[in-house]
Design a protein around this ligand. Structure first.
Ligand code: PLP
Length: 435
């Protein structure tokens, strides 16, 4: 677009011109496995990346291309790739940076499946993770970096405890040692947090959550900022020439020669989508685009409602604590104010003061708030992470992640906030009433 428009404008218009798509106001769903090539010269240009366009939908589809362009513009990145889940976004990124083996440095407060994958699954591919104990101790990250370190990995708003990092300080340490910073920006979404403005080099998303926002699609995105310098020693895969990314004369090129401003996304498309194939389907890309249209309004309302519900819970005798930067005495308030001017999201957790039997009754009594494991949905959701979202974690990982047995997590939706409070209130009454 010709002007640097505001977020609210770009999330509706970026990456799309209706004149190029039969004047369709909505982004069309290109439900086609393959695309006509026209002639052999064009085939060569498509295969060498000298011309953009659909070839075969496993390596990308026009509906997805528009989503990729839109998210790249919203985050201020050079390119993005749309994949079929948040976990495939994470796995592709970690496996690519760690090709041949190495280590990742991460905080331990992560999405359950991401934490489990880093701790026990990626090691099967020679990529181990060193978890820091103190998430904002920059010197601890630095002391863990060695010649085989491939990335520092953080979540911009961790769930369920809503911890916030000093991103710029951690990025500085990473860059000093030639290591990129990956941020999972799922819970924040690009509306609440812009990781590239605070030192991140790569963003991964589960677009299943707030970005799409309606709980009707599983999707993931990887966004690259484009100015990280991948050294030959630490990241040979960025420098190795391959015939697969040859130029028009047939000379093999390296990813950095093939796509100097997006060498990571290029490899994810040319090798990972090509050989593993977790591409986002055109219909799912369309659902994510539709969700993005209302992202700012949804989050503004959810953040305002969360504020109200948090202050209700803080005054409840049956609540031991509430964890969110908006809660009284929260240690992350300062960092949240600095990095999240539009609010630190609408997901929070609280400690239920009562037995497991009462938790069970409380959850079963809810009428408006629904019990299922998603986030950022239009519906208000409650979950008990120790037995669900983080249920795969062994007790010691749960403890490291700071998730006690009585923790309940809420993701605030778009219902009337007073109705959500009324629903919680009647459920508390039932949970603590006579049997
Ligand atoms: C849900 C989630 C994921 C995984 O996303 P899927 O789309 O379910 O694969 C990764 N990170 C965070 C923070 C999440 O909330």
């Amino acid at each position: 677009m010709s002007h640097n428009y505001h977020f609210e404008t770009k999330r509706i218009h970026a990456g799309y011109s209706s004149a190029d798509h039969f004047h369709s106001v909505n982004v069309p769903i290109y439900q086609s496995a393959a695309f006509d090539i026209d002639d052999i010269d064009r085939a060569n240009r498509l295969w060498t990346g000298d011309e953009d366009g659909g070839i075969y939908s496993r390596v990308g589809n026009p509906t997805g291309f528009i989503l990729e362009q839109r998210i790249a513009e919203l985050d201020g990145g050079s390119a993005a790739v749309a994949v079929s889940s948040g976990m495939s976004a994470i796995a592709y990124t970690v496996l690519l940076l760690g090709e041949g083996g190495g280590n990742i440095i991460s905080s331990s407060s992560l999405y359950g499946a991401a934490q489990e994958a880093l701790a026990h699954f990626f090691p099967k591919f020679g990529i181990i993770t060193k978890f820091v104990n103190n998430r904002n101790d920059v010197s601890e990250y630095e002391s863990l970096i060695d010649d085989d370190t491939k990335a520092i990995y953080l979540e911009s708003i961790s769930n369920p405890n809503i911890e916030i990092y000093d991103f710029e300080a951690i990025a500085e340490v990473a860059h000093k040692h030639g290591v990129p910073l990956i941020v999972d920006n799922t819970v924040a979404t690009p509306y609440l947090f812009r990781p590239f403005e605070h030192g991140a080099d790569i963003i991964v998303y589960s677009a299943t959550k707030g970005i799409s926002g309606h709980g009707n699609v599983i999707a993931g995105l990887v966004v690259e900022k484009g100015d990280f310098e991948y050294s030959r020693e630490r990241f040979p895969q960025f420098h190795e020439k391959s015939y697969k990314i040859r130029d028009l004369e047939g000379n093999p090129r390296s990813p950095l020669e093939f796509a100097p401003s997006f060498p990571l996304i290029a490899q994810l498309k040319v090798f990972y989508l090509e050989f593993i194939g977790a591409v986002l389907s055109p219909f799912d890309a369309y659902l994510v685009l539709q969700g993005l249209d209302t992202l700012a309004e949804r989050l503004d309302k959810q953040v305002a409602s969360a504020r109200k519900i948090i202050s209700y819970l803080e005054n409840k005798e049956e609540v031991e604590w509430v964890r969110h930067p908006e809660a009284k005495g929260n240690p992350y308030k300062g960092l949240a104010d600095r990095y999240f001017p539009n609010g630190a999201g609408a997901v929070f957790s609280f400690g239920f003061k009562g037995t497991r039997a009462r938790i069970k009754k409380f959850i079963a009594s809810l009428e408006v708030v629904s019990y299922h494991v998603n986030l950022g949905d239009v519906r208000t959701l409650i979950a008990n992470p120790p037995e669900t979202t983080h249920g795969e974690l062994l007790p010691e990982l749960l403890e490291l992640a700071g998730i006690p047995d009585n923790l309940l997590r809420i993701s605030v939706g778009l219902e009337n906030a007073d109705d959500i409070i009324a629903d919680l209130e009647q459920a508390f009454e039932k949970a603590f009433g006579e049997d």
